[in-house]
Design a protein around this ligand. Sequence first.
Ligand code: SF4
Ligand code: SF4
Length: 455
Amino acid sequence: MAGLATAGMASCKGKNDNASVTKSEADGEVPADKMEMRTCPTTGDKVSLLGYGMMRLPHRPKPGADNEDEEEIDQEEVNRLVDYAIAHGVNYFDTSPAYCRGFSERSTGIALKRYPREKVYIATKLSNFNPATWSREGAMEIYRNSFKELQVDYIDYMLLHAVGGGQDCMEELNNRYMNNGMLDFLVDERKAGRIRNLGFSFHGDVKVFDYLLQQHDKYHWDFVQIQLNYVDWEHATATNPGNIDAVYLYGELQKRGIPAIVMEPLLGGRLARVPDFIVARLKQRDPERSVASWAFRFAGTFPGVLTVLSGMTLMEHLQDNLRSYCPLVPLNDDDMTFLKDIANHIAGLNSIPCNECDYCMPCPYGINIPAIFHHYNKCLNEGNIPNDVQDENYRRARRAYLVSYDRAIPKVRQADHCIGCGQCVSHCPQRINIPRELHKISDFVDKLKRESTIL
Ligand code: SF4
Ligand code: SF4
């Protein structure tokens, strides 16, 4: 049932978490036997600190397709990446029925089926985002299908997917997992051994996180997946007013002895694509390491972190991330202070906290939401957001923004075509007010265009 209708399914083609890794940073030996391992307290699983996020798998043109843009997952390349990851100590693979437009689980199953089942830990999610799948039958169909796609008879790590989102987050939690009895069912499945560890991934409103942790005595969460990176540690509310700092989330898990699984260690790739002045500072401190490696070492330094997920599309990204954890050199107090200062700068940049997950897509009106936000953030990082007319670079930056905007996004898919219907909003795990941000960008582009005819 790959392709089961779950609104907010993520496309994964062409995205890389640490897209800025250069060829030279990726060159060189990656040790095969030095992976940092962590122990899951409930099951004793020895889990690799680097976890493979199967949400950004490589694609290739679909053979025989009429439309040359039609693509499919490149299974040979997925197998090659998985083989390399396993050979270098990675044993945790995280997928979902919603990733890669519904095809990630199948691809993950094909790649991992070539290994003894006990050699790998497979994580997947009950991704019943679509209200049509909130019924017991709908949710159950998704759950059962995961076993089929993954070709397994047990799941190592099962998650309630992205709790905390939705316009009424508590009501959505109740509808997706409580009223239909699915959470109780999953607890029974754990007792029966078909689920080995049960947890949830959290994005959004902290009241859902707090509520579920208050239920720890009842549900015995084996792990919780949270967004943790050196900017969100203390600046989650600055990068997105609806978010909550990771220092709080991690602290609450630590109090209860629940291991954290980290997602978004690179803040949707943005900590690999930082402005040049920040790259210069990171390189000055450690010329040998990639920009992304700082973020991975930050996340890995916390002892309560079981694994750090990264969606890796290219071999050089996998190799770079492996180097960060084979072995892990934890950050010391000076490094932490240094990164705190870097985080302050990044938090002050006012970028849009879009991690290009595509859950908001497709927009019924054709707006390419993630591409518009990506373009805006990229220009911000490159210093091409013209604000001050007095600035000598103003004209150059204005032209750069307008030209690259038209090149990156076809006119009919640009921000000014958003009608503000709001259908995308509830799908965004980052809780971005998508129409508001699009309208801000649209106004900004209008202003630049007007000025370019006068100035
Ligand atoms: S609010 Fe705008 S971007 Fe969102 S679904 Fe509606 S038209 Fe598309
Ligand atoms: S706007 Fe939100 S849902 Fe859409 S791609 Fe960005 S983070 Fe994902």
